[in-house]
Design a binder for this molecule. Structure first.
Ligand SMILES: Nc1ncnc2c1ncn2[C@@H]1O[C@H](COP(=O)(O)OP(=O)(O)O)[C@@H](O)[C@H]1O
Ligand SMILES: [Mg+2]
Length: 277
């Protein structure tokens, strides 16, 4: 697996390489699958450099909301959407904008680690370059592999076996490899959908530490069912809820500490204290 990563898409156009911390803002997001409305006018600002946790019971639309934030919702044939998503004030759904630009700027890590199992650790990290049409020479790639694996909290564990298959790593290592892979295309936002729910507590802590470090350079949005995790890592929290047969809404959002210590809505209080969900 030493094949060179080659360009399959036009090179990155000038002016689209914005860097620095970015705010993500969802405005009046309503989403449907077929006739079924699953989110109703959800608005949320996810501050630049913050870690925003999306919490709430299963089925209330958290994953759907997350997928809308990087234009993955539209991959579902029956899916529809209204509202706006602004990255640093620019609508990612603007018809003049390319899908690939949204995906490049807004990365995603899933619940189940999904490295390319037969690809080497090194090639896994570099895989996104090919998809986004980014060219790099060998030494640039070497530096990128090291810096992304360091940021992903995996470098010291894998630096002597970069050519070993990604599928040979433990679950927690695979998830950190997926984080490193996301970082290689220098996203401005990282979306994480229950990234630790398949992992043991030790791996979970390593990933949480990694997230806290990463927040210095990328805005993070994480879905979690683990209230301790939300309290440990997030700066802001949004509580989603769907009443029976109704679409999901945000009941309350704000600073994590306030949400946990002094929630304004009784339903938030009941949820964060584990009384339902
Ligand atoms: N691809 C899909 N097709 C149809 N309905 C879906 C699809 N994905 C999710 N849903 C429905 O949308 C609602 C919200 O789901 P989801 O966003 O996965 O919630 P959560 O992540 O909070 O558990 C649920 O009722 C779910 O059944
Ligand atoms: Mg979900």
């Amino acid at each position: 697996m030493t094949a060179d990563v080659t360009t399959t898409l036009p090179p990155v156009p000038a002016g689209s390489g914005a860097t620095g911390l970015a705010e993500l803002q969802a405005r009046d997001i309503t989403a449907w699958f077929g006739d079924r409305k699953v989110l109703d006018r959800v608005s949320l600002t996810m501050p630049a450099g913050g870690i925003t946790a999306l919490i709430g019971p299963s089925g209330c639309g958290k994953s759907t909301f997350l997928r809308i934030l990087n234009r993955m919702h539209e991959l579902v044939p029956s899916a529809q959407l209204a509202g706006e998503v602004l990255l640093d004030g620019e609508d990612i759904y603007d018809p003049a904008k390319r899908l690939i630009d949204a995906r490049r700027s807004i990365g995603m890590v899933f619940q189940k680690p999904n490295p390319f199992p037969a690809m080497s650790i090194r090639e896994n990290v570099l895989a996104g370059l090919k998809l986004t049409g980014t060219k790099a020479d060998r030494s640039t790639k070497d530096e990128l592999v090291e810096s992304c694996l360091r940021k992903g909290g995996l470098w010291t564990e894998v630096k002597d076996r970069l050519d070993a298959p990604g599928g040979g790593l433990s679950g927690g290592q695979q998830q950190r490899l997926c984080i490193a892979r996301s970082l290689a295309i220098k996203p401005r936002v990282l979306l994480m959908d229950e990234p630790c729910s398949a992992l043991d507590p030790t791996s979970t802590r390593v990933i949480e530490e990694t997230m806290l470090e990463l927040a210095q350079e990328v805005t993070i949005v994480i879905v979690t069912h683990n209230m301790q995790q939300a309290a440990r890592v997030s700066s802001e929290c949004a509580f989603f809820l769907a009443a029976h047969g109704q679409p999901g809404v945000i009941v309350e959002h704000g600073e994590t500490r306030a949400m946990f210590e002094n929630p304004q809505d009784q339903r938030t209080s009941d949820y964060v204290h584990g009384r339902f969900g």
